[in-house]
Ligand binder design. Sequence first.
Ligand SMILES: [Zn+2]
Length: 211
Amino acid sequence: MATIPLPPAPGADDHVSLALVNSTVSLPGGRRADELGSPEEATDWLLGHGLVPERTALLAHCQNQLTGLRESLRVVFAAHVEGDVPDPRALDGVNRALTTVPSTPLLRHDPRHGLHRAPEHPVTQLVEHAMAQIAEDAATLLTGESAGLIAHCAAQPCSRFMLRTHARRHWCCTRCGDRVRAARAYARKQDRSPGARPARSGSTQGAVPEH
Ligand SMILES: [Zn+2]
């Protein structure tokens, strides 16, 4: 499974919508990890978050539905963080997941059972139900009191979202913070090396400890 080699970002344990948007991430070196890269991985992801019962097995169609919701949510979260107007198509995607709650078994007939009611495609329904829960979590988070805490990890190329649980939190995890600090230390060393241009005076960058 293409697991992401980072601990969950702050807030992602409590908000499954954050976990979903963070299920794909850019890693240093141009690599990309995707926890929903195949129907089997998407199944494992939903199972791991307790969103579908054991023995559920997604097909490619369901995997695509889930990655489609993830894309819509990423667009909406990014717009929220930037203070931009979200793309209406992305909002539509989230709203489709919110409102496609399968509740009505269809009326069917076969010679053995006669008229009876049965769900359309059980797996599709399970996935739609899971997606409705994720979209509900997103809608609640984006309009609730924690909405202002949603932030992007500031350590390029990490693209994870998180809840800024304290004011000076800039990174989704210590690994991202360490990477930025190491890059800054390297840049300072380069500045001090012979032939380098002198560092600008008055810079306070890095003077305040960050988390
Ligand atoms: Zn990060």
